[in-house]
Design a binder for this molecule. Structure first.
Ligand code: RAT
Ligand code: ZN
Length: 445
């Protein structure tokens, strides 16, 4: 699998007349790393999601269908998955025009697969997926989306996932792990049973002993998963410095572990979980966070690298300014409710103007395989437009740009910035004798 992009055969000097078309083409052709998804390698059989029923029961669409169709959440959830998908299709695609980003995404997917998005039912789509061979389909989707590598979200507290890691299966090398620590950092009471089961029993308080045992737990999982980074999603109220269990765990467990294993820490800030619990997965919202927390944590920990994304539109400009001040801070993605063309365009322009190419423009957050087909196609268009506009301004100012430069810039944005922060082959990770080893890990011990 190639991880580099061929440079254009000639280094054409571009002017105002042709810079847009070349930028669009180069960004469309760039093979990318998708640095945050909820997809799983085929080895995690029970957790992989693909096909029309999974596409239509994506929680973004469920929220829209319940609202548009005036259905009660409990009624919707009581239906089997195929009936839920039928209801979403009828509500959002037949009785209404698919104008929202999540519905437009399904249209892009169906079109890419050669399916008719005007059908009044799902028979054609179901037949198509029924006939598909999973391995070939996966390869086709990755090739078509031009995604070279997918980073999963791997939860050491998820009982559906942990047995797979413990089996030491060879994990498909197109998928890499990210060790997600939401339960440990946001819900200590829920984390305790898993720590105990792993042989690191802890009490109700996050005391000195808990710190030592939580660190052992994390070390074990780093060895097992060989992740590219550690990650957590944080509420809008996240504050730093702070004296609370989460802050103690970040300061005394997560950040030292990241330093010693040479891994970045991804903070995804601004979520308000469960504002409408009846909607389950679809019931989360967002809030504006305090960016001074990022200033403080980056300043106090110059030897840690932070990947940061924020969920509130209102935080984006402050995050760019913070990144200008701290070179250990890498802003990434237009996350979740921000992943709409108007906001992606705005954020990307803001980032280019303030940061040049020193950010990661997008991740897909895909939960269903075929979503890669739309999330990347749509993102590429918006990022290419923003880039082209910047090139136009540079040309206006008196300096032409070349196709080679555009390729270099796009590769830095979509591949190199992430690779530099999360190299695929970290030198060594301290091995513990009782830890399983994923076959795609860098360190073969
Ligand atoms: O965008 C999403 O799918 C959300 O539900 C979340 O999973 C979010 O991306 C997260 O990683 O917490
Ligand atoms: Zn996510």
């Amino acid at each position: 699998m190639s991880e580099t992009v061929d440079l254009p055969p000639s280094d054409a000097v571009l002017g105002l007349a042709d810079v847009r078309v070349h930028t669009t083409r180069i960004v469309a052709e760039m093979r990318v790393i998708d640095m945050h998804t909820h997809l799983f390698a085929p080895q995690f059989d029970q957790l992989t999601r693909w096909g029309i029923d999974d596409l239509l029961t994506y929680h973004y669409l469920v929220a829209e269908a319940i609202r548009s169709g005036n259905v009660r959440p409990e009624q919707f959830q009581a239906l089997p998955k195929a009936s839920q998908a039928d209801l979403v299709w009828q509500t959002l695609f037949v009785r209404n025009t698919p104008l929202s980003e999540a519905t437009r995404g399904v249209i892009t997917v169906l079109t890419a697969l050669g399916l008719d998005p005007m059908r009044r039912d799902l028979r054609e789509a179901r037949d198509f997926f029924h006939a598909a061979q999973p391995a070939e389909h996966l390869a086709w989707v990755l090739a078509r989306a031009r995604v070279d590598q997918v980073v999963m979200t791997n939860d050491p507290f998820d009982a559906r996932e942990t047995p797979v890691w413990r089996q030491r299966l060879a994990i498909d090398a197109r998928f890499r792990a990210a060790l997600r620590l939401d339960t440990l950092l946001n819900d200590w009471e829920a984390a305790r049973p898993a720590l105990e089961e792993a042989g690191h029993a802890v009490g109700r308080e996050v005391d000195d002993q808990a710190i030592i045992r939580a660190r052992r737990f994390i070390d074990d999982w780093i060895v097992r998963m060989n992740p590219l980074y550690l990650a957590v999603s944080l509420p809008a109220e996240f504050a730093w410095p702070a004296e609370n269990p989460r802050a103690r765990l970040i300061r005394d467990v997560v950040l030292p572990a990241c330093r010693e294993h040479r891994l970045p820490f991804a903070m995804m800030i601004g979520v308000r979980r469960g504002v409408n619990p009846a909607l389950r997965d679809a019931g989360d919202a967002l809030g504006r966070a305090d960016v001074t927390a990022i200033h403080h944590i980056c300043r106090e920990h110059p030897d840690n690298r932070f990947l940061v994304t924020m969920l509130s539109r209102e935080n984006q400009h402050e995050l760019c300014v913070a990144a200008r001040k701290f070179s250990n801070l890498m802003p990434f993605g237009c996350w979740w409710f921000l992943n709409n063309p108007s906001i992606v365009s705005e954020i990307t322009r803001e980032r280019l103007e303030l940061l040049g190419t020193t950010f990661i423009p997008q991740h897909s957050d895909a939960r269903v395989l075929e979503q890669l087909l739309y999330k990347w196609a749509h993102a590429r268009r918006d990022v290419a437009d923003a880039l082209a506009e910047q090139y136009t301004r540079v040309i206006d100012a008196g300096r032409p740009v070349t196709t080679r430069e555009i390729t270099r810039d796009a590769r830095r944005l979509f591949v190199d910035n992430f690779r530099q922060w999360a190299p695929p082959d970290r030198a060594t990770v301290p091995a513990r004798p009782d830890a399983g080893v994923a076959a795609n890990r860098a360190d073969p011990r």
